[in-house]
Every structure is written in C-alpha cells, then in structure tokens.
Design a protein around this ligand. Sequence first.
Ligand SMILES: [Zn+2]
Length: 213
Amino acid sequence: MIHEIIPVGLLQCNCSIFGDEQSLQAIVIDPGDEIQNILAILEKHSLQVQAIVITHAHIDHIGGAAKLKAATGAPVFMNPNDLELYDHLDMQASWLGMETPERTTIDTELRAGDSLALGDADFHVLHTPGHTQGSISLWIPSENKLIAGDTLFRDSIGRTDLPGGDGRQILRSIHDKLLPLPDDVIVIPGHGETTTIGREKRFNYFLQGLSRS
Ligand SMILES: [Zn+2]
C-alpha cells in the first residue's frame, strides 16, 4: 500500500493519500488545502481517487474538498453530524482570517460501522465525537494504522472549546474506541507527528487514569 502524509495549509493538517499498487485506486483523507501538492502525489504514483474522506468539518481538514472533487470527480464522504459545521465554513474562515473556500456536497454519509475498501485493505469508520459531533477515525487493520483526525494527538487530544466540542465526550470516544486497539497501532493524527496507541496510553497526560477505568 502506498501511503503518503503531507501537511497542508495554514494549520498544517496531515492529509493522507493511500494508494493500492494493483488497482491504482486511491483514498484521500482530509484535503484541507494545497490541492496542487495532493494532485502531484497522485500523479507521481498514477493513482485515481475513488473516495475523499473527511474526518471532521473543520476548515483546515475540509477546505480543499471541493477543489479535489472538481479535479478528480471522486465522491466526498463525511459523518452527517458535521453537516451543520460545514454550513458555517464562512464563520470558520473568518476566525482564521482566511477567504471562505468553495463548498461542495457530501455524496455519502459515513457512520460508525461503515467501511471503505481499497485493494485488500478495509478502512473501518469509528465514530469518535468530542472534538466535533461528526468526528470520525479510520482504523485500517491490514496496515495496522489509525487515522485519528483531531481526536488523538501525540501527547495531546483535540480541543473541545469550539462549537460542537465536548470534553467528556472526547475522552469517552478515546477510551471506548481507540484505546482498545493494539498498542503497536500507528496513529496518524490530524496535525503533528505520528505516534502509537501504546505510547499515548503510557505518556499522554490527558489520558492518565483513562486506560485502567
Ligand atoms: Zn479540527
């Protein structure tokens, strides 16, 4: 499996590009911005995008979705609980002093228990609300990887002070959905460095006491 992670945009959102070497199909997760760079990677590997997946509707994760969809024709997947947040993209842009990016339609609603296939790999949707109500994580067992969006970071967790955020709920999501995964699972957060479930169980200050309860 091809997997490239590129930080995009003002807030350096980690955009993941997964490509199956056999079928040359790809899944792009969180194309926040800098679509030209994403397209260049797709071209380098001769990949065709079959799905654009959004972990949550914050502008730094979804801002480039319309452009990528226009360039590739691929459908956009997101949890419906974040549709309201997506409707307020202009407000999000004003917080960051950015221009409001073009909005697109969500083609397929992703819910807990759904999965997307890419080659032999399955991308399982875990609903992990708390950072936003529609936040999802993607668990890819054959790759031993978790795409965590802004739910879990190396040494931190997602902020919950923005509209739709809930501090107790994000901890419950992490405890119930993420910490049960094997310790050696590689976690790709929405921003910053990669980590593992085991490392965060041990060292993440915000999770202390959580893994035992
Ligand atoms: Zn976010």
